[in-house]
Design a protein around this ligand. Sequence first.
Ligand SMILES: Nc1ncnc2c1ncn2[C@@H]1O[C@H](COP(=O)(O)OP(=O)(O)OP(=O)(O)O)[C@@H](O)[C@H]1O
Ligand SMILES: [Mg+2]
Length: 337
Amino acid sequence: MTERILEVENLTIDIPVPSGILHAVQDISIHVDRGETLCIVGESGCGKSLTSLAIMDLLPKKAIRQAARLELADESIFGISERRMSDIRGNRMSMIFQEPMTSLNPAYTIGDQLTEALRRHRKVSRGEAKDRAVFLLEKVGITAAASRLGQYPHQLSGGLRQRVMIAMALMCGPDLIIADEPTTALDVTIQAQILHLLAELQREFNMGLILITHDLGVVARIADRIAVMYAGQIVETGSAAQIFTEPLHPYTRGLLDCIPIPGKTQRGAHLGAIPGIVPSLVGQMPGCHFASRCPLVDDHCLAGAVPLFDHRDTNRSIRCLRADNEDTQKISQEGVA
Ligand SMILES: Nc1ncnc2c1ncn2[C@@H]1O[C@H](COP(=O)(O)OP(=O)(O)OP(=O)(O)O)[C@@H](O)[C@H]1O
Ligand SMILES: [Mg+2]
């Protein structure tokens, strides 16, 4: 029996900029079940971070957020008071950012920050909070955990700081963790360790996890489902197996051509790259957003907005009129406005 942790329906984010309205996120629907990892992938600027900030209600002030539904475990978290939201944030859902120093306060010890994260939301004694902090520091692989409590963030390496951030995100036992490029600032070898740690903890604590990462190798290993974003829209969703074994959208195929496949790609061989650049998101964009870069583009693709279709496979969707499958071919022939 699956338990829905997060339900996002038709999320749209517009940002007024000097040249007009930037349609940063357009009509995105995602969901996460308990114990499930959803990876969001896509090129820089496609709206991944704004989507996660919108769920946490941490968007920049000028951004305009709309949604048909935004629910955390059946409770609406859209249009609720800031007081209620700050009760939920860091408690029932936590976020891990790329740069731990943006979330860790250099002026306080690790111990103070971890215990505060729990005591803000729970009536526990200082001793109980400290015990949980030590327990979680050990869980995230920090040795001599008790002695670390008195240290300040600057006394730790980048990798250790990110482990502390993960421990902090877990302090209240959240239902959902959103990790936005949590390791990009770290050495490559440490990146993989931390992402695997996150995946292990997600399983052990049976949480929902949204992971945003550029590392498709990691996505292949830890995602249950994948949402591929392009220029503010979801262009394809499916299970990790579906996306990696049979990518349908030309953009997804292009993305996957860009990663080396162990044992297959020759060392030094040039990886695939998608020619062209992401279109501007300011103003209305008629037709398929990927049209200018798509090898399959035809007149239908430019005629009007392309909806996200349910694919014949269960739980899979694609925003393309031309992808090589029966459903989309049929739709393409019939013509869809
Ligand atoms: N505060 C802001 N003001 C104006 N535009 C913004 C603002 N924040 C983000 N954007 C724009 O919104 C779009 C989506 O940004 P977002 O940060 O969500 O992308 P992303 O997918 O997370 O990219 P990256 O992979 O580089 O982190 C981009 O075009 C970006 O320039
Ligand atoms: Mg981002």
